[in-house]
Design a protein around this ligand. Structure first.
Ligand SMILES: [Fe+2]
Length: 543
């Protein structure tokens, strides 16, 4: 990329890297989006994590007790008595309208905000739990030139809010000042990879370091106090691959387990950073082809990778970059390539990886995984297909429990939720890799023209019952981040945080829900000085 705004002809290498970028971010689209592309006139998509059938709405509590999962300890934490808006028993239908002549991701609360704001004048409703001391930071796509070919191809922007002593003391938003941002290089005007990526998908807090990830290149390090950008972070030169948006931090060791995937060999590389943030292990996991891998899981002793049949196609990648409206796409659905899950030792040892075959499917996000004797159990948000002919995005979503027996090779793939199964899952980070009772997912409304996220689903894996909070017809939530508090180890002993936007008022809020009492709704909300565009993944930085 030359001086700001000056285009240089792309090389074949550039095309490849761009193709990888598009594919790397596309998982987020698939996870969330249900859209008609206003620019290309492409057919409406069926979103991953979205129910494509106009089925019944979820009640505040539903109980199809079909599971025989063991029962972790129940919570003894008292529920909150300070609520603002109680849950309804029915999910409300969408009220969001879309101007079909313009891209949906450039209108309403998907449109980027222009200003970087800092304020300590914040209005609170309810009572912020005083034990929440730290900063909630969420990343998202915010094109600095107010245009982008997709929701996911904008510059990274973080929105942070600091809580302490029962008060909200500061809000600020900042661009992630990547090399692409500084060059004014929107998607297609630069070659993603290494430092050149938009770093717009997630935030990670590890070893005293705040990172953002765009999945397709190096992470960026931010100042955890003012959210200014320190620069790309490569672990002292040790990281030679991309960095997933979903690393896993082992709660016992503090080690951060992560991977990078690529469309040229090595297709998959597994990494470990120790509790001090030093890269201490990297090894290639042998896979025969480039597949799109957005997330993975760990147990106390295992790393779990899903190698699913969304495969990279070089010719399609080149065609896509040359003309995004051509209908070509870098990755395609190839069920004949096989669907499999690999389990390898957490400390490394890819040569001993054991693969388990599954029916064709695709998974962006896992809730959690754990080992139970000879079995590895993983709860995942599954799609019946991805990029299959006739569908722009994914097929039918279900919530699944995979049980993989590493002694016998047996595998089971059980449906644990079908109606509005949710996506963008989170869990108590103290349970990461350990048996969990609860998972937290964001619901989704029926809307064929735009992403239309709803409220909160608390899934109880002991009996597969669910508790739901619906924010009402005009309000839309995002990923719910679980922040544990106190000494109670029950995995709902804490609070769920996200930004909620009200499309009837234009106001965005930080919403806080007591995880022990989801149906009662927020215990507190903080009105923000500007709207916060819908975004992706967050982190909690403890004070
Ligand atoms: Fe994700």
């Amino acid at each position: 990329m030359g001086p700001r705004g000056e285009r240089t002809p792309p090389s074949r290498r550039d095309l490849l890297r761009w193709a990888a970028y598009g594919a790397g971010v596309a998982p987020i689209a698939a996870m969330l989006a249900s859209c008609t592309d206003a620019r290309t006139g492409a057919p409406a998509a069926t979103a991953a994590g979205m129910d494509s059938s106009p089925g019944p709405t979820a009640g505040a509590t539903t109980s199809p007790p079909t599971s025989t999962h063991p029962s972790p300890p129940t919570s003894t934490r008292p529920s909150s008595t300070s609520t603002i808006s109680p849950s309804t028993t029915e999910l409300t239908p969408t009220t969001t309208s879309v101007d079909r002549t313009r891209p949906w991701w450039l209108q309403g609360n998907f449109a980027p905000v222009v200003d970087e704001v800092e304020t300590d004048a914040l209005t609170v409703r309810g009572a912020i739990p005083p034990e929440l001391a730290g900063m909630y930071v969420r990343n998202g796509s915010n094109p600095s030139n107010a245009d982008s070919p997709h929701w996911f191809f904008g510059d990274g922007m973080v929105h942070g809010i600091r809580l302490e002593g029962g008060r909200a003391t500061a809000y600020r938003n900042r661009y992630v000042r990547t090399t692409m941002y500084e060059a004014g290089a929107g998607f297609g005007q630069g070659a993603p990879g290494g430092a050149s990526n938009q770093s717009n998908v997630s935030c990670i807090w590890h070893a005293g370091r705040l990172l953002t990830s765009g999945e397709v290149g190096l992470p960026y390090e931010l100042d955890p106090l003012d959210l200014s950008t320190r620069g790309p972070f490569d672990f002292g030169g040790g990281l030679g691959t991309a960095f997933t948006a979903h690393p896993k931090i082992d709660p016992a060791t503090g080690h951060m387990h992560f991977f990078g995937y690529g469309f040229t060999p090595p297709f998959l590389t597994y990494h470990i950073a120790d509790e001090h943030g030093a890269l201490v292990h990297s090894e290639v996991v042998d896979t025969p082809r480039s597949t799109m891998i957005h997330d993975f899981a760990i147990t106390e002793t295992d790393a779990v990778f899903w190698d699913l049949p969304v495969t990279f196609d070089l010719d399609a990648a080149i065609a896509y970059i040359a003309d995004p409206a051509s209908g070509a796409f870098p990755y395609s659905w190839n069920p004949e390539a096989g669907s499999r899950v690999g389990v390898l030792p957490l400390a490394g040892g890819a040569a001993s990886i054991r693969w388990f075959d599954l029916d064709p499917c695709y998974v962006f996000h896992g809730v959690n995984a754990f080992r139970r004797g000879d079995e590895v159990v993983a709860d995942v948000c599954r799609l019946s297909s991805m990029f299959a002919p006739g569908e722009l995005f994914g097929g039918t979503p279900t919530h699944r429990r995979w049980t993989l027996n590493t002694a016998t090779g047996a595998v089971s793939d059980d449906i644990i939720a079908e109606h509005d199964p949710g996506d963008l899952p989170s869990r108590d980070p103290r349970r990461l890799g350990r048996e969990h009772r609860y998972g937290y997912l964001v619901s989704a409304r029926e809307n064929p023209h735009t992403v239309d996220l709803g409220g909160l689903i608390k899934h109880d894996y002991t009996d597969d019952s669910r508790e739901v909070w619906d924010p009402g017809p005009f309000r839309h939530a995002g990923e719910w981040l679980f922040v544990p508090t106190g000494t109670d180890l029950a995995d709902d002993a804490g609070y769920l945080l996200t930004y909620v936007h009200d499309e009837s008022t234009g106001v965005s809020e930080l919403v806080i829900i007591d995880a022990t009492d989801v149906a009662s709704g927020p215990v507190a909300s903080v009105a923000l000085p500007q709207r916060v565009p819908y975004g992706f993944h967050a982190a909690w930085i403890p004070a």
